[in-house]
Design a binder for this molecule. Structure first.
Ligand SMILES: Cc1cc2nc3c(=O)[nH]c(=O)nc-3n(C[C@H](O)[C@H](O)[C@H](O)COP(=O)(O)OP(=O)(O)OC[C@H]3O[C@@H](n4cnc5c(N)ncnc54)[C@H](O)[C@@H]3O)c2cc1C
Length: 685
């Protein structure tokens, strides 16, 4: 069953931009104006050396604009604006992804670590030069042997009270730092993560400031620097390797906000538990992860803008019986490629905006709210994973949607593909991040019931699941109202009913989570046998990951609903509501198997979902251009040949149509269209 809402009317893209730009609209506007300069546009066909040199120059130019200081304390010329600093990085990602990553490394990871893990003396000594880019630096956490499991890093930093220095050492090849941004060429100082040992006792991973090069670019004594060489993308970023051969690090170079070593080597920390301390330290660095998710979405928007605009001028095959060739955006399957991806991109924009607000408020609060911080980390992990996977899939779809033109470097898409590819891996491998999300959902129960097998009565567990699933998003009361308004029987409700969609998402999350808990408990009990803890979790890993994706889908839908609620322009609101329908229904359609298997959809209703999706595609077709124009990406950042040629192509096509009409060829060529009823095949090339 589908409803028949009022037809959509034309929307001014600026009205949508206002909504998408959200709380940091001023930062986005400033970036569009300040950086609307061809020098920030992506460059194609450079060598690695050229790309690195250009991006280093641009990083210095960027520093001179003052934009990079946003997230730093006012005392150093910043604005203490955590949300704004992430938005600033996201904006760069529309233009040059190497520059975005270089900036992310310098001011997000390196500067961010000094700020978050260091104390006043570190700030006074280093932040001004970090902000100005006079002191380029690295964030050296990953080792060749350990990337995702960074608690197991092997680099050691052992304190010697006699010299009041630490001895930083790489014990073997697998312990060398690898993939480190800014290491191969520019970095002079590095935040190095290593196992702290003092008074003969390991204290877990801590961060140390270590000079790696002198002002002339020569490696510091005891430091070996390698180059990771050419990569699949991000040519302008100098990723490299670092090894340390008993390098002496002064005691005051320990970033000691969370753990201090006194001159005599005694260790103190406000966080007793080593694992908790480590994760607290990592938690303060969440900004980087949020920037990567948001930047992936910026790149997705650029790809969609290129594909949609190209699809509006590109024509293939004659329309049967008509004097015209068909614009490819008019083909249903072409719309299937682009519009659901566009709808999901809108959905993620609203979710990212909500995440930015949470980040800003939680990290800006005078007191640490541990629960809020944990939720922030979980949300950041989940949204980073889905946005970067969405970028990879969508940019590929856009490449194909542009045919051969999409494969040419001058049309931007190959670089977008290559540069964003690794976003699924750095700042946390996506699969590992989803496990973090799932763990967060499951931990609620463990906290409440102590251990896996102590989870109590099934009914009680179910109630707990409900509570966690309904852990409030910003739009909770609005969502509850919509859900409560759904009349009883599913079959009587339109599939475009928002309350029904929300209820279905919520119900799936709850069911999947309950199932995961049941399976975990069953395995823990193990029918009398003692199971290895690894197997207990590993046997249900796929199920556990599904809890994470179902959770994120629901959070994203609720953020979209909240975004629509904030939209005041009636035409924009109506358009967004349809786009939201498309996001919700294509998400349901993609998981039809689960909904059917679990009796949440009847076969008839599942077919109705597909029917409604196709109706929405037809309805949204005239608004495709508006939807991408609303991203408001300055033309200079797109640097895409087919878009520059747009007016000429339109003119050529109009002339071509006119010549067809003059020759009266429309009716003859009509059956060349493979969609014509006789299904005559398209001529081979
Ligand atoms: C271009 C680039 C730039 C980078 N910049 C930096 C930087 O500046 N500083 C820095 O410190 N690091 C940096 N990194 C490192 C990056 O953060 C790591 O590569 C990333 O964390 C993944 O670690 P890994 O490569 O060891 O992969 P692994 O952790 O070895 O993952 C390999 C595979 O195993 C799977 N896997 C791992 N654990 C599990 C599990 N528990 N369950 C199921 N599957 C699992 C993963 O999903 C993945 O498919 C960069 C990397 C690249 C490529």
């Amino acid at each position: 069953m589908t409803s028949t809402p009022a037809p959509l009317t034309a929307v001014d893209p600026a009205r949508l931009t206002e909504v998408l730009d959200g709380r940091w609209a001023h930062v986005r506007r400033d970036a569009r104006e300040q950086l609307d300069d061809p020098k920030y546009a992506p460059v194609y066909g450079e060598s690695m050396a050229e790309a690195r040199a250009r991006v280093t120059r641009l990083a210095a130019d960027l520093a001179a604009t003052g934009r990079v200081a946003l997230g730093f304390p006012a005392a150093y010329g910043g604005s203490d604006d955590n949300g704004g600093s992430v938005v600033s990085v996201e904006m760069l990602a529309h233009a040059d992804l190497s520059l975005m990553v270089k900036a992310g490394v310098q001011w997000g990871l390196f500067g961010g670590a000094v700020q978050a893990l260091g104390t006043q003396s570190h700030h006074d000594r280093f932040l001004p030069d970090i902000i100005s880019f006079a002191l380029p630096g690295c964030f050296a956490m990953t080792e060749t042997g350990h990337g995702s499991d960074v608690q197991q890093l092997r680099t050691t930093c052992t304190y010697d009270p006699a010299t009041e220095t630490f001895d930083l050492h790489t014990p073997h090849e697998a312990a060398r730092k690898d993939y480190i941004g800014n290491a191969a060429q520019d970095g002079r100082l590095a935040v190095v993560f290593a196992q702290l040992v003092t008074q003969g006792e390991g204290r877990g991973v801590h961060a140390f400031l270590v000079p790696i090069r002198d002002a002339q670019g020569r490696p510091a004594p005891g430091v070996t620097i390698g180059d990771d060489g050419p990569k699949a993308g991000l040519l302008g970023v100098d990723n490299g390797r670092l090894s340390f051969d008993h390098v002496a690090v002064p005691r005051d170079m320990l970033l000691d906000r969370y753990g201090q070593v006194a001159a005599d080597g005694s260790y103190t920390s406000s966080i007793e538990n080593e694992t908790r301390r480590f994760f607290t330290m990592l938690g303060t660095l969440v900004r980087g992860r949020v920037s990567v998710g948001g930047s992936a979405s910026s790149a997705t928007k650029v790809a969609l803008e290129i594909a949609v605009r190209y699809g509006d001028v590109r024509r293939q095959f004659g329309a049967p019986g008509e004097d015209r060739e068909v614009v490819v955006n008019d083909y249903l399957v072409h719309q299937r490629k682009l519009l659901p991806a566009l709808a999901r991109t809108y959905a993620y924009s609203f979710a990212q905006e909500e995440l930015l607000c949470t980040l800003h408020d939680v990290q800006g609060a005078p007191d640490v709210d541990e629960r809020a911080q944990r939720e922030l980390e979980s949300r950041a992990a989940g949204l980073k994973a889905v946005q970067t996977w969405h970028a990879t899939a969508t940019i590929q779809a856009c490449r194909e949607a542009c045919g051969g033109a999409g494969y040419l470097a001058e049309n931007r898409l190959p670089a977008l593909k290559a540069d964003t590819d690794v976003f699924t891996t750095f700042e946390g491998d996506n699969t590992v991040l989803l496990q973090l999300v799932a763990k967060g959902l499951l931990t609620g129960y463990r906290d409440a019931f102590g251990s896996l097998d102590g989870w109590g009565r099934a009914a009680f567990v179910a109630e707990q699941v409900r509570e966690t699933v309904l852990e409030r998003t910003a739009a909770r009361s609005l969502v509850q109202r919509l859900v409560d308004a759904v009349p009883g029987r599913d079959e009587e409700v339109a599939v475009t009913d928002r309350g029904w969609q929300l209820r279905l998402f919520e119900d799936r999350e709850k069911h999947v989570l309950e199932g995961a808990i049941r399976r975990l408990r069953g395995r823990a009990a193990g029918a009398g046998q003692v199971r290895r803890q690894f197997d207990v979790f590993n046997d249900v890993q796929d199920h556990v990951l599904k809890t994470a994706t179902a959770h994120i889908d629901r959070v994203v839908l609720e953020a979209f609903v909240a975004g629509i609620d904030r939209t005041t322009d009636p035409a924009a609101r109506a358009l967004l509501a349809r786009v939201c329908d498309l996001y919700a229904l294509t998400t349901i359609e993609a998981d039809k198997g689960w909904f059917l298997e679990h009796g949440r959809l009847t076969p008839t209703r599942a077919k109705a979902v597909t029917g409604a999706v196709n109706d929405l595609l037809r309805e949204l077709r005239p608004h495709m251009r508006t939807l991408v124009d609303a991203f408001a990406v300055p033309e200079s950042w797109l640097n895409c040949a087919v878009l520059r040629e747009e007016p000429a192509r339109q003119e050529a096509m109009a002339a071509h149509d006119a010549s067809l009409r003059a020759a009266g060829r429309g009716a003859e060529t009509g059956t060349d269209d493979p969609t014509a009823t006789d299904l005559q095949l398209a001529p081979a090339q």
